[in-house]
Ligand binder design. Structure first.
Ligand SMILES: *Cc1c(COP(=O)(O)O)cnc(C)c1O
Length: 391
């Protein structure tokens, strides 16, 4: 049996080697702490679980769900969005339910990219943008995210002939993996660029609700005219500890959502209506106090880890958003060599920056989604790490 050649286009899974080493250490009895995955360890709020139980007991939820997303979920998403960002989307044409935002981020590429079309993708970045561009026959064009530019892409550096061939541009702020944030002024430039070259901006907004130190993340749809050239992908996963529930939504350009909807109606049949009703409860009924508690937990973990890394002699900045610390490796190391050294010396798994793209070389990422005591133990071990320059 020969799988499709397009599968050969998917870049090798860079974490595979690290996972093998992790499992080998574990089998030797080493107490390995995995700070690789960004997957909240804390539970979904109780009122959301209760809303699911109530909805699941209602037989009307047992049939095929609505293709566009249950009207109650789309209305809740629109209301939440309007309250949060001051921009009111039409729940019937400018909101589309998703089976997790990853699903929408992948399918929007199939809705817009023909073979040979360019897609502008941040590097380092969430791998879905690049992988589905390759699968669809498109050409990913790197937008390097560099520290000296605050990990924002330099849109003026994109050659005009490339921009003219581009159909989509992916952005993601607060950013995974760099933890960088973008202000409205950057989004304004991005919208202007998209208008000039007729590009659809796909803004992955998975972390707008995970921010610290009083920082409030904007939506790209707050830029006047953005809803004609942009779609924003929101996810319940990170803000409500709901990664396992697979629920999110897209907001923005009605034309883009119609195209995405055509792919989806022919691919999936929507998310379980009971989950959509529970998600509406998460968006509209989660007490501010719960949210504050969640953010305080991550803030505390962030500070603990930043402090430990600084004590180990690493130059680390505390992120204002996302669940990640993105830190430069010490001089003399590649990302892969440093990740390996840390694993061998401390038993802590940290993914090398190159797992997120070639411009991730020289960095590693730490996820804050491990339980408090495990994170504290990892911090204790990292503090003692000697990161003297490699001979
Ligand atoms: C976690 C994550 C998502 C995926 O969210 P789901 O809604 O769970 O699919 C999307 N983008 C980025 C950058 C993420 O880190």
């Amino acid at each position: 049996m020969r799988a499709a050649r397009r599968l050969d286009l998917i870049p090798p899974y860079l974490f595979a080697e690290l996972e093998k080493k992790r499992d080998a250490l574990r089998s030797r009895g080493v107490d390995v702490i995995d700070l690789g995955i960004g997957d909240p360890d804390l539970p979904t709020p109780g009122h959301v679980v209760e809303a699911l139980a109530r909805a699941a007991a209602d037989p009307s939820t047992h049939r095929y769900p609505s293709y566009q997303g249950d009207p109650s979920f789309r209305r809740a998403a629109a209301r939440w969005f309007a309250g949060r960002f001051g921009v009111e989307p039409d729940p019937d044409t400018e909101v589309l339910g998703l089976i997790g935002s990853k699903e929408g981020l992948a399918h929007i590429i199939w809705a817009f990219v023909d073979p040979g079309d360019v897609v502008l993708v941040p590097n380092p970045g969430y791998p879905v943008y690049r992988v589905h561009t390759l699968l669809s026959g498109g050409e990913p064009y790197d937008l390097p995210l560099l520290r000296e530019r605050g990990f924002l892409p330099d849109l003026d550096a994109v050659p005009a002939d490339v921009a003219r061939r581009a159909k989509l541009m992916f952005l993601n702020y607060p950013n995974n993996p760099t933890g960088a944030v973008a202000d409205l002024d950057f989004f304004r430039q991005a919208v202007e660029f998209a208008r000039r070259y007729d590009i659809l901006i796909c803004h992955d907004a998975a972390y707008t609700e995970v921010t610290f130190d009083g920082y409030v993340a904007p939506s790209i749809l707050q830029v006047p005219g953005a809803r004609e050239v942009a779609v924003e992908f929101h996810s319940l996963s990170k803000p409500f500890n709901m990664t396992g529930w697979r629920i999110g939504f897209a907001v923005g350009s009605a034309e883009a959502l119609r195209a995405l909807g055509r792919i989806k109606t022919n691919t999936d049949s929507g998310q379980f209506t009971a989950i959509q009703r529970a998600a509406a409860a998460a968006l509209l009924e989660t007490p501010e106090e719960w949210r504050r508690g969640m953010l305080e937990t991550y803030r505390r973990r962030r500070d603990l880890m930043v402090d430990a890394l600084r004590q180990a002699g690493l130059e680390v900045e505390a992120p204002r958003g996302s669940l990640y610390i993105w830190a430069p490796v010490p001089p003399g190391y590649t990302s892969a060599a440093f990740a390996e050294a840390v694993l061998e010396k401390t038993g802590v798994v940290i993914p090398p920056g190159t797992g997120y793209g070639s411009y991730g070389e020289g960095y590693f990422r730490i996820s804050l989604t491990a339980p408090d005591d495990r994170l504290a133990e990892a911090a204790r071990r990292l503090r003692t790490l000697e990161v003297a320059e490699r001979r």
